[in-house]
Design a binder for this molecule. Structure first.
Ligand code: C2E
Ligand code: MG
Ligand code: MG
Ligand code: MG
Length: 290
């Protein structure tokens, strides 16, 4: 099949190009339909205290629950939504869902302290976002200190002179800032200096190599994780290790003094109705998910 390109009328015969264009168009349509039909959900993944295993918070992770295609992971959706600008509407939807879900979860477990960590895209850093979030939190009866804003280097590199001011304002309202995927960027350490970061999330690639087969890689990544943890603590940040899958990784992280962890070892991201069942059926209400 062939198709006319809008700009110069050239015929495109490359099936690969056509495939990706078509795939992309399909995702763009799915995004719009999902917004209209309310298919976006905020799955929750518990974040646990590595000292005693109790749940201290949850990360909200976007899922598109497509009635035919099933549950779609966020990577592709977010990439395309950032390009089309739909990310701001998706972000607002997820914010709303995440806070709703947190209220439901708190009522079911009796735990009114657990925090909710929400991933923010650079484009969501509009000037009025802090005040809007504060109002939304108030409407849900959620104290601002229970809200963590997760950002990546992409946000701090973004060409928006307001970012620093907006982050400071989130902080002033009592929200905390987490630096996600720490260690993977170009100059991660400098951000600890220049931005009001409260929480450092060590990227899962480092956690995975803690138990690498290759002794040299294993040794070096252990030194690196220990070092990142020590520096983060000196900067008065709490450390979260992402992507913990084994007891061995958990034990090493404990020894390094990492306070919090997240990963399949504890629980996968899941719908809150499902999480509620697990949590209230575990011996300690609102406690461990293990
Ligand atoms: P992230 O914020 O670093 O989230 C952690 C990712 O690691 C999640 O992938 C989670 O499902 C996955 N994960 C957690 N534990 C484990 C583990 O033990 N092993 C492995 N292999 N993976 C684990 P997910 O849900 O596919 O999200 C991917 C990325 O998409 C997120 O990375 C975040 O950057 C972005 N994202 C997710 N939800 C949102 C959202 O609502 N807004 C924005 N802007 N970005 C989001
Ligand atoms: Mg995150
Ligand atoms: Mg993360
Ligand atoms: Mg991450």
């Amino acid at each position: 099949s062939k198709k006319r390109d809008g700009k110069n009328g050239a015929l495109l015969y490359d099936p690969l190009i056509q495939d990706t264009t078509r795939q992309r168009a399909a995702i763009e349509r799915d995004i719009e339909t999902a917004l209209d039909e309310d298919w976006f959900e905020a799955y929750f993944q518990p974040i646990v205290d590595l000292g005693d295993g109790h749940v201290v918070g949850y990360e909200a992770l976007l899922r598109l629950e497509h009635p035919i295609k099933g549950t779609l992971p966020p990577a592709e959706i977010i990439k395309i939504a950032e390009e089309t600008g739909a990310i701001t509407r998706i972000g607002n939807r997820i914010l709303e869902k995440a806070l709703d879900n947190l209220v439901q979860l708190s009522e079911a477990t009796g735990d009114f302290d657990a925090y909710i960590a929400i991933n923010f895209s650079p484009l969501q850093f509009e000037q009025n976002m802090p005040i809007r979030l504060a109002a939304l939190a108030a409407r849900h009866g959620i104290a601002p200190h229970r809200i963590v804003i997760e950002i990546t280097e992409a946000t701090l590199l973004h060409d928006n002179p307001q970012i620093r001011t907006i982050l400071d304002e989130f902080n002033r309202f009592g929200c905390r800032i987490a630096l996600d995927d720490f260690g993977t960027g170009y100059s991660s350490l400098s951000y600890l200096n220049r931005f009001p970061v409260d929480i450092v999330k060590i990227d899962q690639s480092f956690i995975r190599s803690l138990s690498a087969e290759e002794p040299e890689l294993q040794h070096k990544s252990r030194m690196l994780v220990e070092g990142i943890t020590a520096i983060s603590h000196k900067m008065e940040c709490t450390v979260v290790a992402e992507g913990i899958e084994t007891e061995e990784q958990q034990e090493i992280l404990r020894q390094f003094g990492v306070e919090l962890g997240q990963g399949y070892l504890f629980a996968r991201p899941q719908p809150v109705r499902q999480l509620i069942k697990t949590l209230i059926h575990s011996p300690r209400r609102g406690g461990s998910v293990a």
